[in-house]
Ligand binder design. Sequence first.
Ligand code: PEP
Ligand code: MN
Length: 349
Amino acid sequence: MVVVMSPQATDEDVARVVARVESVGGEAFVSKGVVRTIIGLVGDVESFHHLNLRALRGVADVHRISDPYKLVSRQHHPERSTVWVGQPGHQVPIGPDTVTFIAGPCAVESAQQTLEAALMAKSAGATILRGGAYKPRTSPYAFQGLGVAGLEILADVREATGMPVVTEVVDVRDVAVVAEHADMLQIGTRNAANFGLLQAVGEAGKPVLLKRGMTATIEEWLMAAEYVAQRGNLDVVLCERGIRTFEPATRNTLDISAVPVVQAASHLPIIVDPSHAAGRRDLVVPLSRAAIAVGADGVIVDVHPTPETALCDGPQALEGAELRELAQVVRRFPELVGRQQARTPVAVV
Ligand code: PEP
Ligand code: MN
């Protein structure tokens, strides 16, 4: 940590900072410049936080040098992690060696619609099925999902297709039942700062797909992942799904640079959701190309057998020609970046 004193700071102001730091067992190294004095702190950063140094007379700024997140940081864990999704013996990797293709309907609407969407996804090369049984809708009048009945459909479709399932949990009260049915728990953008929910999924014993909060900085997003990790669950996959900006041409703005930025800062895998980023089916293929090219560890997209009747997010759902084009992209592009498309199911011994 570094404390920057203001140009007007007196020797007493500097001495006060040094005394405070030493009072909690830290060391303070004072370096006097022509205009300003800078104090380097060595010791336990958390104890320095409690000192509220920024409020002291003569202090202009306080900077952290080490990451505020620890368990998910790459500083102490330089190897990038792989997260395995699915039942033992039938697990799909999400990590640095592969590009994992996840697809399925935005929402589980019926057994038939979910099975059809899963078969479409599977024949396009997807190895994990997505689909929401609990939908976090902006409007309370919109379709909220089938709940437990939707989870049962997902479990049946997993049985029929062999595809592990990722599905969203929106409420702490549902974590146990979702974890019972699903292979991976999704935290959506609207709950990315719901710290109680993050802690609860951290204790649920299943991998977590953590979407970026729509107004979250990368640091805030990694701090959200830290909440999960702190409860003993390091099987977290991050998902860039677009952020809110001034640009209305797309539903959100896909922050493609978040992929390499996150990979430099954290060992956790990161995938991209071009469907929820763009909100437009015509952009899903080009954004998927961009995601794989920039080094994403996977893509997650919406597919639907009849997008025009979809109860949720029909305009972004793929079918037909666009899905076939995406299948080509996920088959060919990984090789360009020295990876392989993740196959299902990968037997782990
Ligand atoms: C979803 O994936 O179904 C979803 C609601 O996404 P997001 O939380 O990114 O809006
Ligand atoms: Mn959706």
